[in-house]
Design a protein around this ligand. Structure first.
Ligand code: KG4
Ligand code: ZN
Length: 353
């Protein structure tokens, strides 16, 4: 049953699906705090090591939750419900957040809200405010998309085009058949000798580069699905060829190589999004997920929106990569819908959408 009380809805949300431990507090859908602790330990291994991630979550979770409550100026007794990422993600990491959330809900005797990480990325677009100063958006509340909207969700593990009819009614209408867009960035960066996670570094180097200098293929995948494994292989062979005759090729051409890789990933993404918008007739378009922090994608998305007559929406940077604010906003809508989880709910590495 949906709640009927007029008391404020104050939600404590926890995100721990991969290598960020995050806690956010929301009140009536506004974010009061969003604390994120990263895990530098994985850099030396060139990728996230699941066991190390779980241990780091255990170390971070209490100070992160405490920090979020303090920053929000919120007492634990003021909380209305606890939201947490239930799936998908690394099982050990999810378990730390889910068991913590369940214990808190049990101890406070308040409802529990189980959130799907990918749906939360989409709903980051419904967060009306931001908790930290963001250079890419004007101050004050931001304009929000109207329903139905389309969201291109691009993260380290997923690439999806989602048709969002209401906050809790979503349909995946296109997705990757192999690698995710974030993986394409990270694997390309690895081939270039850049440290993990390479996506932000490709973004940085691409800023001074010429995206037309090198050409990588655009896969011809039917419908609204994506494929990124071909581009990774094309880059591998290209770099093998070039470095065979010039061992200094990567260092000497890094900006142009990064700009060309990034440019191709962006055209693959946006050509499918354009197709989805034309097929559905939807005019409010969003992007979300870690790769939506990419400066080239943000600019190209806005430019395409102007040409196609879309209303375009991009979350502030702090809500693009993994964060608990998006779990809080999703929890808020679940609370309004009376969509509570039992204490017997368990975390799941894979999730059926
Ligand atoms: O959503 P997210 O934080 O975690 C997952 O749910 O996977 O996405 C992480 C992905 C990584 O692949 C990372 O390299 C990529 O987002 N990423 C970027 C940028 N910032 C993060 N890729 C390209 N440009 C960026 N600026
Ligand atoms: Zn994510």
């Amino acid at each position: 049953m949906p709640p009927t009380s007029k008391a404020p809805i104050t939600i404590l949300a926890i995100e721990s699906s991969c290598d960020e431990t995050s806690c956010a507090i929301s009140r009536d859908g506004q974010i009061l705090s969003n604390i994120i602790a990263g895990q530098a330990i994985h850099e030396q291994y060139g990728g996230v090591v699941p066991e190390l991630a779980s241990r780091a979550h255990i170390q971070h979770i209490v100070p992160v939750v405490d920090g979020a409550l303090k920053k929000a100026g919120c007492l634990i007794t003021e909380l209305t419900a606890i939201a947490f990422t239930q799936s998908p993600g690394l099982i050990g990491s999810l378990l730390v957040g889910s068991e913590f959330a369940k214990s808190l809900a049990l101890a406070l005797d308040i409802p529990l809200l189980a959130v799907h990480h990918m749906q939360a990325h989409v709903l980051a677009n419904l967060i009306p405010n931001y908790s930290a100063p963001a250079p890419d958006v004007p101050p004050g509340n931001r304009p929000l998309p109207s329903f139905p909207f389309l969201c291109l969700t691009v993260s380290g593990g997923h690439t999806q085009i989602v048709l969002c009819r209401t906050p809790l009614q979503m349909e995946v209408i296109g997705e990757t058949l192999d690698d995710a867009a974030g993986e394409a960035f990270d694997k390309s960066a690895k081939l270039l000798g850049l440290p993990y996670p390479g996506g932000p570094l490709i973004d940085k180097h691409a800023r001074g580069g010429d995206s037309a200098r090198f050409s990588f293929p655009e896969p011809q995948i039917p419908g609204l699905n994506f494929s990124f494994s071909g581009i990774k292989t094309a880059i591998l062979y290209f770099l093998q060829d070039q470095t065979a005759s010039d061992p200094d090729f990567i260092r000497a051409n890094l900006a142009d190589i990064c700009a060309s890789i990034q440019g191709r990933i962006i055209t693959i993404l946006l050509n499918k999004l354009k197709k989805a918008a034309r097929q559905t007739g939807v005019k409010d378009l969003c992007i979300a997920g870690g790769v939506s922090a990419n400066s080239g994608l943000r600019t190209a998305f806005r430019e395409l929106g102007t040409v196609e007559g879309w209303n375009t929406f991009i979350p502030p940077f702090e809500y693009c990569t993994d964060n608990a604010a998006m779990i809080a906003i999703t929890g808020h809508y679940k609370y309004l819908n009376g969509d509570f989880a039992p204490l017997s709910v368990s975390a799941s590495a894979r999730a059926v959408w």
